[in-house]
Design a protein around this ligand. Structure first.
Ligand SMILES: [Zn+2]
Length: 244
């Protein structure tokens, strides 16, 4: 789950697993209302889908992070076929992507993740969930399992390397703290958004698993450490990932 904003938002419904955020998942065709077509142009969903699929294809060919995740999945025995395992769909605007463990599919929200940079962020995040599911047979209904993979996705994708340096006068200790806070906050909202739980319950789950899961850097961290002289280069390229 990849909330498009960090606002808590409203409770959507009684749905427990967040699938109501992805109306096309369970056979429902997203139907824009007439006013939405007139005001927001949401009737153009077919051209949006094609643009989204182009962005996915481009990221799979050119994004180092996405390529790395695809390679890691392949070497773990879970090779990704883009046409089978990635789906561009219209979602609720509160999310930019998702991972459906029942269908083993990444959802890219074509109406929210509309640039290559955002698409790369969504793909990296959701492919980490797919990787964790492939590697550990996660039980997404177990809130601690969910919290762990959300901590890893926030750590390796959203709050990725050195973004706090951009804030200027940060000391190394401050950067480490800021990064941990970023991961905790992002993971907490992802858990809350995926499961019908309060922010307090989501925070408690994240706190329970944080140390273990924050330090599990597979598969990206190991690669980055090995390439550690390239950290400056990676930092300069951070804009590609939408981490500006
Ligand atoms: Zn997530």
């Amino acid at each position: 789950m990849n909330p498009s904003t960090e606002q808590p938002g409203e409770e959507k419904s009684e749905e427990k697993w967040g699938f109501d955020l992805y109306p096309e998942r369970r056979g429902e065709k997203y139907k824009p209302s007439l006013t939405k077509i007139a005001l927001l142009g949401e009737g153009r969903e077919q051209s949006q889908k094609i643009k989204c699929e182009k962005n996915v294809w481009y990221c799979a060919k050119s994004s180092p992070l996405v390529k790395l995740m695809l390679a890691a999945l392949k070497s773990s025995g879970c090779e990704v076929d883009l046409t089978r395992h990635v789906s561009c769909e219209v979602c609720d605007v509160s999310v930019s992507g998702g991972y459906d463990s029942e269908l083993n599919q990444v959802v890219v929200c074509q109406n929210v993740a509309r640039t290559e940079g955002l698409t790369q962020g969504v793909l990296t995040h959701e492919l980490i969930h797919m990787f964790d599911y492939c590697r550990n047979k996660l039980d997404f209904k177990n809130i601690d399992h969910l919290a762990c993979t959300e901590v890893r996705a926030a750590n390796l994708a959203h709050c990725s390397f050195l973004s706090a340096v951009a804030q200027g006068d940060a000391s190394p200790f401050h950067i480490a703290k800021a990064h941990q806070d970023c991961v905790k906050t992002k993971a907490m909202y992802s858990v809350k958004c995926t499961r019908n739980v309060t922010l307090t319950e989501a925070k408690a789950a994240v706190d329970r698993v944080f140390d273990r899961c924050y330090n599990d850097l597979e598969p990206i961290g190991r690669r980055l450490r090995r390439n550690s002289p390239d950290m400056h280069k990676a930092y300069k390229e951070r804009f590609i990932y939408g981490y500006d």
